[in-house]
Design a protein around this ligand. Structure first.
Ligand code: 4AD
Ligand code: MG
Length: 460
């Protein structure tokens, strides 16, 4: 017999006989002639109420159902006599699939996020984390739908690579050499005996591969896991995170800013419309201003200004920042927060960054001082998107690679793409977990990824 999902039963218009649900007991309350059992199956935030009359053959077993136990319930969907819910299930038979002991950690009381991180294998069973991970699922789907509707092709870029797109050296090595068998040649590790015959690592970005496909299939995007061995234990950095990376063929920096802004506005708007119930939980219990903030982000234009002007605003702000800011320095979280939360009170797109703080692939501007980079900063998060127009001119790219001390031999295929049919193109990376933090109001990146990977932490 087909299992019904609680979400579809609760949203139905008509009563139904002989339905089957399977899920986990949230609470059980007994009265003289029957038990009320609240069951959740993860399909939505709400539980469904089961009425188990005492004449059910295994009523003694049913009265053992504790929080966390698993059940299969056959019965009829009837209009609820009590308040609070439209439908309930009058049970004909309840199968006790498994009984959870009293040591089940998720009893009624509320737990801290910190504690729940220590039981990350159980936390999706709470209302809050169930809601967060349903939103994560919905927004992944929304990304694919949005880009497919725009005619972008989805490219699966490799997870294991030989390149370092961002040039920041935050790489996780991939090797099959036993640590005690590493051979050295000329003072360096000899990778010629390693699996790929070369140094390999987990990707920090799918961009360089995506660019090759943009120059063939037109507009493309990748959406997958990326890895960075950044040893920064902050609330917005993870060692493994998901990134959406669109690449616009024949697109310049303005097209890129347009697409980044449209993506964020669309996805926040999508969550407001399609994830109402789950989002309501976050609006009630995590951040009272959440829905208002999302409404504002989805409906109003973002500020756009050159990096240089942002530095000017920061210098004239009169604020004593921990890190001094001047042209040529990267913005710190405190600067980003000042711009989005105090000065403009909305998302800000900064563009034309100094070339010395940006990677080799960004297009050099005519001033030869700045590159056509753009970051989108949002309140509460800081940098959500980082991107640029790409350097499509062979000679300029080669001299930038020299400046950045990158080997043209190692990146021969990337350089090659500028020899044949090179065109202006641009793209960006959006940190998916940071988007989820924005949408849910959850303050720590560890709480929007199923099993977070951060320095010193690889449990689960
Ligand atoms: O600014 P980033 O480093 O840009 C790139 O990797 C480009 N290759 C993207 C491209 O143009 N295709 O990273 C992009 C975004 C950041 O804005 C941030 O949201 C997120 O990825 N991000 C992280 N998210 C979580 N944990 C980390 N350690 C992150 N590092 C970057
Ligand atoms: Mg960046």
């Amino acid at each position: 017999m087909k299992r019904h999902k609680i979400i579809s039963l609760l949203n139905t218009e008509t009563a139904a006989i002989d339905i089957l649900i399977k899920g986990w007991v949230r609470t059980r309350r007994d009265s003289t002639d029957f038990s009320f059992i609240e069951v959740n199956d993860g399909s939505c935030l709400k539980n469904i109420q089961i009425i188990a009359e005492k004449d059910l053959s295994n009523y003694d077993d049913i009265k053992k159902l504790s929080t966390g136990s698993a059940v299969a319930v056959r019965g009829d969907l009837v209009e609820s006599k009590g308040g609070g819910q439209k439908w309930e299930v009058q049970a004909r038979h309840i199968d006790t699939i498994s009984i959870a002991p009293d040591s089940y950690p998720l009893q009624k009381k509320r737990h801290t996020d910190e504690y729940l991180r220590t039981i990350a294998h159980l936390r999706p069973r709470t209302n809050k984390y169930g809601a967060a991970f349903r939103i994560r699922s919905d927004l992944s789907f929304a990304i694919h739908k949005f880009y497919k509707d725009k005619g972008f092709k989805y490219i699966h870029t490799p997870v294991i690579t030989g390149s370092d797109c961002e040039g920041a050296g935050e790489l996780f090595r991939v090797t099959t050499i036993e640590p005690d068998k590493v051979e050295r040649r000329d003072g360096k590790t000899d990778y010629s005996t390693d699996f790929f015959g070369k140094a390999a690592n987990l990707t920090v970005s799918g961009q360089l591969s995506a660019e090759m496909f943009a120059l063939a299939l037109g507009d493309v995007y990748t959406f997958g896991p990326t890895f960075r061995a950044e040893n920064s234990n902050t609330r917005r950095h993870a060692a493994e995170f998901w990134m959406l990376e669109p690449e616009i063929a024949f697109g310049d920096i303005n097209d890129n800013m347009d697409l980044g802004e449209e993506t964020i506005r669309h996805l926040t708007g999508y969550a407001l419309k399609e994830c109402k119930e789950d989002l309501g939980l976050f609006g009630n219990f995590v951040d009272k201003n959440l829905l208002n903030n999302l409404e504002n982000i989805s409906s109003s234009d973002f500020i756009r200004l050159p990096y240089e002007d942002a530095v000017d605003i920061l210098q004239k702000s009169g604020v004593k920042f921990e890190y001094e800011i001047s042209f040529g320095k990267d913005l710190q979280a405190e600067h980003e927060n000042y711009l989005t939360e105090k000065h403009f009170k909305k998302p800000v797109i900064l563009y034309n960054y100094p070339k010395n703080i940006k990677p080799f692939y960004m297009r050099v501007n005519d001033d030869d001082k700045t590159v056509a980079a753009m970051d989108i900063l949002v309140p509460g998060i800081g940098e959500l998107i980082g991107g640029s127009q790409r350097e499509e001119r062979l000679d300029v790219l080669e001299s930038r690679m020299d400046e950045c001390k990158l080997s043209k031999e190692d990146y021969w295929w990337y350089v090659d793409s500028r020899r044949f049919g090179t065109v202006p193109h641009s793209g960006f990376g959006l940190g998916f977990e940071r988007l989820l933090m924005l949408v849910t109001g959850i303050k720590n990146i560890r709480d929007v990824i199923p099993f977070p990977r951060t320095p010193g932490s690889i449990d689960f």
